[in-house]
Design a protein around this ligand. Structure first.
Ligand SMILES: Cc1cc2nc3c(=O)[nH]c(=O)nc-3n(C[C@H](O)[C@H](O)[C@H](O)COP(=O)(O)OP(=O)(O)OC[C@H]3O[C@@H](n4cnc5c(N)ncnc54)[C@H](O)[C@@H]3O)c2cc1C
Ligand SMILES: NC(=O)c1ccc[n+]([C@@H]2O[C@H](COP(=O)([O-])OP(=O)(O)OC[C@H]3O[C@@H](n4cnc5c(N)ncnc54)[C@H](OP(=O)(O)O)[C@@H]3O)[C@@H](O)[C@H]2O)c1
Length: 420
């Protein structure tokens, strides 16, 4: 039996955008709309579907298409009221004309090389990258991955895996450890053949890790993979996997954003690559405002300090700030963490953080996230970077802690957090 025609003419629309980055500045965009017209009912009693596809040229309408994709991703299919498919499409186009400040991330390739079948890289160099005679040992490790599936397929912000040789205490092969890329997406060599990371030797005294561990055993504990990596010399081989991670990335439309990078210790690794990518990799350096906030225990522990000092001298739009935790500041105040610096010198950052163009990246120790979030909330600029629910939403940021922040704060698309 035929179903009775329905009225009024309500149109359900499902629409989406296919966006393919061709280069940092160029996107291929296809905007597709699927319409369900409820007044047209087919023989089987189902609404007739009409599919309308058209392209949105990148040059004239990129923002609108990107805004549309974001909205659809965030909220799922939307329903709109329209008299006919033509006006429905017009409505969708109007809807997408809103100003977009949401970063569009490139499609990252993931896990091209698995732990089961790692590929072999060759160490190119492995040099200390601390500023002075430091109590910690950190190396800038460069690895030639040419001829492997990783070649030219890693984006800055992603990590790669390393498998140390030998077996663990259970007699099983060592598990993969992840290391952040520290080079631009084009690699250290500009051709995607040499990747790098920032490797810190894990050296500690033993502490009980579980039931039955001897509490009096305080012999030296050497992290397996970090020490293996730091020991390697040019020409040595290393098993690598990856790439990993699809969110902690630079946006495709670089110059439409400004940047605050907040790092502690080896959390600087991705920011070295990102800042190089913004300032030194392209023919035309980015004109965006770029601030790097770097935390270290002592001045001697600052990583890549020469590089960042040099870039700050060469580029007016790059600003390098350091927070040293265990040294007294020049004005006699005690040492500080990155978020304390943000707090104490907020005037320098308020315009940046109040600008909807800005993306905040946080990388390093877990505690940094709550520190930075508290500071943003205290200064009234949290909107756009993270949302909160109870109990955070109802309490003074001074009363927040890491646990509460992890439970009740959600970073938005303008805030990228990688902390461990
Ligand atoms: C996405 C991501 C990116 C990363 N990027 C980087 C990077 O760029 N650079 C970097 O250096 N690291 C990075 N790391 C950390 C890295 O993956 C390793 O966790 C780190 O190098 C330690 O590995 P390991 O094999 O040397 O230590 P492990 O042997 O795995 O030991 C790890 C920890 O276990 C503890 N431990 C274990 N047993 C004992 C014991 N008996 N007594 C005392 N303590 C014990 C220690 O605290 C030690 O720190 C990243 C991690 C992630 C998840
Ligand atoms: N992509 C990633 O996810 C990625 C990449 C690289 C590294 N990491 C992680 O980053 C961490 C870096 O460790 P590290 O040993 O290199 O750093 P670190 O040298 O121990 O610390 C760097 C600085 O951060 C300070 N700090 C300590 N607690 C803090 C807090 N709650 N908030 C803000 N600052 C704080 C330290 O101060 P004090 O020591 O004086 O207290 C020090 O000044 C590791 O856990 C590593 O796994 C993650």
């Amino acid at each position: 039996m035929l179903a009775a025609p329905k009225s009024p003419s309500r149109v359900g629309a499902r629409h989406y955008c296919n966006i393919r980055p061709i280069s940092p500045e160029q996107l291929q965009v296809e905007f597709v709309t699927i319409l369900e017209l409820s007044e047209y009912v087919g023989d089987a009693g189902l609404p007739v579907r009409r599919r309308v596809g058209f392209t949105v040229p990148v040059s004239s309408n990129r923002n609108s298409a990107l805004a549309s994709r974001r909205r659809i991703n965030a909220h799922g299919p939307e329903r709109i009221l329209a008299k006919n498919p033509k006006t429905a499409i017009a409505d969708i186009q109007t809807m997408t004309m809103t100003k977009n400040t949401t970063p569009i991330l490139p499609e990252a390739k993931l896990k091209l090389v698995s732990a089961a079948e790692p590929v072999t890289g060759v160490i190119v160099s492995n040099d200390s990258c601390v500023r002075g005679k430091s109590a910690s040992f950190v190396r800038h490790t460069e690895i030639d991955i040419s001829g492997t599936p990783l070649e030219n397929n890693c984006l800055i912000g992603q990590a790669f895996g390393v498998i140390a040789p030998g077996k663990d205490e259970q007699g099983k092969p060592h598990k993969v450890r992840l290391y952040s890329l520290a080079c631009p997406s084009s690699g250290e060599d500009g051709a995607g053949k040499v990747i790098s990371t920032t490797t810190k030797r894990v050296i500690e005294e033993r502490t009980p890790q579980g039931k039955g561990d001897d509490p009096d055993d305080h012999r030296l504990f050497l992290g397996v993979c970090s020490n293996f990596l730091c020991d390697l010399r040019p020409g040595d081989e290393v098993k690598v996997t990856g790439p990993n991670g699809k969110r902690f990335l630079l946006p495709v439309n670089r110059d439409q954003h400004d940047y605050l990078f907040v790092a502690a210790g080896t959390g600087i690794a991705p920011f070295r690559g990102m800042i190089m990518e913004l300032l030194t990799s392209p023919a035309q350096p980015s004109s965006s405002e770029i601030h790097l906030l770097m935390g270290a225990p002592f001045t001697t522990d600052l990583l890549y300090d020469d590089l960042f000092t040099g870039l700050a001298t060469e580029h007016d739009n790059f600003h390098y700030h350091t927070a040293i935790s265990r040294e007294t500041q020049a004005d006699g105040r005690p040492g500080l963490y990155v978020h304390h610096l943000l707090d104490q010198r907020f005037d320098e950052f308020s315009a940046l953080l109040g600008n909807p163009r800005t993306i905040v990246y946080i990388c390093g120790l877990a505690g940094m996230q709550s520190g930075v979030f508290q500071t943003l909330a205290r200064h009234g600029v949290a909107d756009g970077y993270f949302t909160t629910k109870s109990p955070l939403a109802d309490t003074d940021p001074d009363d927040w802690d890491l646990q509460k922040v992890r439970r009740a704060a959600r970073a938005t698309e303008r805030c990228m957090v990688e902390v461990y």
